[in-house]
Design a protein around this ligand. Structure first.
Ligand code: CAA
Length: 258
């Protein structure tokens, strides 16, 4: 990938880390940033030395939403043709586990980005909201759907219709985030969690993630049938034979990702 302007990318052992890097605009998500982020995610997804991915911002903001200045004067036709929100769909296609490490503002499209990830580790200063109602629009990158599934109807209504901003502790209480850490630890905790996951059997991780995400897309019967097919499929992998042999031989498994 060519040098990115708004994304910083690094690898920490088996974890790929992508940092949103527009601090002066509170990491507002303009189309170039989203394009660069998707490029970084695609690269990590294709890289076999990466087992899990962390997306983060900085201490002040994960991201304060889509870039309002970039779209303030746009017409509907321009928005449709540009389809910057289409980038969000690509996050769903990432096969490896993705963790959002969130500190400070996590608003609008920023919250929708975090919700598109598989897990969220928050700092105690994180604030989650969908303030689009304040600027005469509604969430456009899945907020009305994912937040409602995550929080339930009543609270999602309050967040989206009346700009209720959730503290990190509230987000933990309502199941929006996996854990809350002190400000100086949240990124390390996200990296540690990602590091642990990245040590696990890659194909089982991939199919487990797919099966869980399926729970939001299909009927229970279909979801259970999908899960069962994935379970049986794993018996064609080296790692299933290795994992079960290692258990019986009381040793650690040596995953090959095959
Ligand atoms: N777009 C563009 N620029 C933004 C931005 C955004 N979403 N959020 C913050 N910025 C910019 C500000 O304009 C400001 O820039 P200047 O210094 O050039 O004026 C800079 O970031 C710092 O912001 P503030 O001075 O406002 O910082 P604050 O600490 O006083 O307030 C805040 C922080 C409460 C997050 C406030 O910035 C804010 O309300 N931001 C907008 C949040 C928002 O409405 N997000 C939803 C966007 S729409 C969307 O996301 C649609 C969708 O679903 C895809």
């Amino acid at each position: 990938m060519s040098a990115a302007e708004f994304i910083l990318v690094e690898k920490r052992e088996r974890v790929g880390l992508a940092r949103l890097n527009r601090p002066k605009a509170l990491n507002a998500l303009n189309p170039q940033l989203m394009l660069e982020l998707m490029g970084a995610l695609d690269d990590f997804d294709a890289d076999e030395s990466v087992g899990a991915i962390v997306i983060t911002g900085d201490e002040r903001a994960f991201a304060a939403g889509a870039d309002i200045k970039d779209m303030a004067l746009a017409t509907a036709v321009e928005m449709l043709k540009r389809d910057a929100i289409g980038y969000f769909d690509r996050i769903r296609r990432v096969k490896k586990p993705v963790i959002a490490a969130v500190s400070g503002w996590c608003l609008g499209g920023g919250n929708e980005l975090a919700l598109s990830c598989d897990m969220i580790v928050a700092s105690e200063t994180a604030r989650f909201g969908q303030p689009e109602i304040n600027i005469g629009v509604i969430p456009g990158a899945g907020g009305t759907q994912r937040l409602t599934r995550a929080l339930g109807k009543a609270l999602a209504m309050e967040v989206i219709l009346n700009n209720r901003v959730l503290t990190a502790q509230e987000a933990l209480h309502y199941g929006l985030v996996n854990r809350v850490a002190p400000l100086e630890r949240y990124l390390d905790e996200a990296l540690e969690l990602a590091g642990q996951i990245a040590q696990r059997a890659p194909l089982a991780l991939r199919l487990a993630k797919e099966a869980i995400n399926n729970a939001f897309e299909t009927s229970l019967t279909e979801g259970i049938a999908n899960e069962r097919r994935a379970f049986y499929l794993l018996f064609s992998t080296h790692d299933q034979k290795e994992g079960m042999a290692a258990f019986i031989e009381k040793r650690s498994p040596d995953w090959q990702g095959t």
